[in-house]
Design a binder for this molecule. Sequence first.
Ligand code: TYM
Length: 338
Amino acid sequence: MQKQVILTGLRSNSEFHLGNYLGAILPMVEMQKRHAGQYQLNMFIPDLHSFTTPIDHGKLYQQTLQNLKVFVAAGLDIDQPDTFIYRQSYIPAHSELTWILDCFAYFGELSRMTEFKDKGGNNENVSVGLFNYPVLMAADILLYGAKWIPVGEDQRQHVEFTRDLAMRINNKFGDLFVVPEDNAKQAEFVGRSEPVRIRSLRNPERKMSKSVDDPAGTIMLIDNPEEAAKKIMSATTDNLEKVGNPDFESRPGVANLVQIHKLLSPDSQNNLSEMSYKDLKDVVAKIVADFLTNFQTRLAQVDEQQLLTKLEADEQATSRIANETLTKVQKAVGLRPS
Ligand code: TYM
């Protein structure tokens, strides 16, 4: 039997931040450590997605390579034969399948996507790419028959959309696609009670984001560790004094710091609930600074040539898998003889 596929993608329109790391990169690295050999792992850069919002195109190519290095620095073992790293635009089947899927996706369901609405859905000049990107994301997933998609909370709606679309097409043409698991099972699979949403340190009602200009609220993985610690020390909290048991509804700033602590230091024995805010910030600032120091040391050591060799080999291998699915779909919809 073929191995089940775990797949995730991260746009490289800028450096990654702590939200990207905790929401998507860490779960993939943990999956690989926990289940080496049992699953196929696809971790890729959706470079075509990277300009659904405006970017400096002159930097995209280098940024993509730089961000691939982050996967290795975060602990992904690229020597595992079942682990694939690749760039979306190097595998044309992603774009081709997107067009076919487009013709089965509904304008109404795409208009309701929260990410689209948040990033300017009401604006006349919003790009069609931003509107359409959940369909490209569905192609990314369906081409490889991925069942498990570790993503942060903001991308869950797109995974649900992928499920709906796959089931709709399967109903029409027979079992063409593997349908990804639902959100509850996805969270359970990565060992979390719910999908992760790291908040801005300054505006904790909003997510930490690379599309929003919020340097004091965002910890980039390349931030100087001391500067990052300062950002934690000046994070917005609330007017209570003790940590207690904060929830995201009423005390998002404190809940965010507790969440960062739990994810970066799962084995810690610290009793946070008894702490003052000052003590909580001291502890989290240290954990974050130590994490960044270690991460950045590993990033500087990534062997670029080894990465490129693996990347090129994987792009050939994944092209073959993607093309097989594409041909199957082309036959089903009548573009090729069956
Ligand atoms: P992107 O590039 O915006 O984000 C990459 C990953 O980081 C997660 N993330 C967060 N998690 C927790 N807290 C945050 N504040 C936070 N900010 C970002 C995102 O949920 C995501 O998992 N469309 C996708 C990329 C994509 C993809 C795919 C993902 C394209 N094709 C196929 C999975 C499967 C995106 O724009 O993510």
